[in-house]
Each structure stands twice: as C-alpha cells, then as structure tokens.
Design a protein around this ligand. Sequence first.
Ligand SMILES: [Zn+2]
Length: 242
Amino acid sequence: MHRPFKYIPSPIQQLHEHVAEIVGIWCDAAGAFSVDLIQDAVLKDLVGKIEVRKQKWQQVIADIHELFRQLTPAERKAIREGFIQNNRIEELCSKTADPVHYSDLPELVRQPLKDFFTELYTGVLNRKPFIDAYKTTTKDYFDKLIETSDLTICPFCGMNSLKSKYQDGRDAFDHFLPKGTYPFNAINFKNLAPICHECNSDEKLAKDPLFEGAEKTGRRLATFPVSNEVAAVTVSVQFELI
Ligand SMILES: [Zn+2]
C-alpha cells in the first residue's frame, strides 16, 4: 500500500460501536439473552429487523450468548481484551501490540464468532434496516472517503482508477487485516481501505500484512493505512542532453 486514506466520521461507523456493546453483553452473560440487555435504542430496534442466514440477527446474538454462558471468567476476560487489542490497528501495524487470531479463541465460540464477524459486512451493513437507520450506504461512505483522501487511483497498486461518485457502484473495501484471520475488527473502518477490483480479486486477497510469508514465521512492521496528513508528493525530473 503506497497511499494512506483519511479517517472521516460517518454514521456507518456506528455498527462497530454496536458490536462493541454486543461483545460486552456476551462477556457479562449470566442469564438468558434478552433484548433488554441492549442499551442503545437503535441497536435494540435493528436486532429485531435485520435477518442473517434467514433468521433474526437477535437470534444469532442470543445463540452466541448461550455459548458465552459456558465460558470461564478467564476465557471471557481474554475475549474482552482481544476485542480491544485487535482494534488497536495502528499499534498492531507498528508492532507495539500483538494481535489475537481466531485460533486463539475458545473452540466453543470460535466458528460462531467467525460467522458473526464475517457477516457484519455482507449481512448487516448493507441491509435496508441499517441503511434506513443511519441514512447512509457503503457507496456514500466510499465516495466521501476517496474524495476527502484525494484518492482517484487505487492506493494499493497505484495504477487502476477507482470508481468515482459519478459512476454506478463502487470499488471494494479491503480488510487490511484479513477478516478470516483476525476476529473483532471486521467492521472497524480504520481496517477498511478502498481498493480497486483487480487488487481485491487477484492480488491482496487474504494476505496478512502483520506476518512474514505464507508460513507466518515472524511479525513484521506494516504500514498503518490511515493518516489524516495525506501529503502530496511532488517528483520533478530533469533531463540533460549529454
Ligand atoms: Zn489496485
């Protein structure tokens, strides 16, 4: 990645805040799940309206809640800390924090959490109840993001144009830290970078910027993809006849 993007405020980021509340409820799970455990009024409404895998999102959340009731206090504490740790994207990139992987999570909740976090992007963010609640779409956010960040070219390859607000559709968001590898940050917008179709389909895929090679032999420094100081680089070239 050769160009950072700016972190701009958007109501779309509320989904990450909602997920933080849900994880907190799970980690405190004592009795059975009830929507009354949810404090945020918008989230309380959304869980009953959004459907994931042909069931209410509320039911998905309740099922995972039941599993958390079986976890030990130490396991819950590790998950609570893992949520915080994996959302410290800048510190993970600079190696001042270490990430938690799905493989580090208790087996009982590993796959349900992977499904839950993977589906946030495809199954919640783009659903009508969420769009209606926050009056914004991923295209609105994408267009504003690349305009504010002065990005017309893909920040990964530096070659392909990104779709502008005047075109139908949009290019993709890359999960900089792959959502299949790292729990808890699938909907953190500091981890979602604009990327061209070719890079997203053929190049970046699920490559892990935090570890060396396919064998993941060691930690490495990664470029934090967010900067509100997007500097323009001017290159001047002078030719001399000799
Ligand atoms: Zn590209």
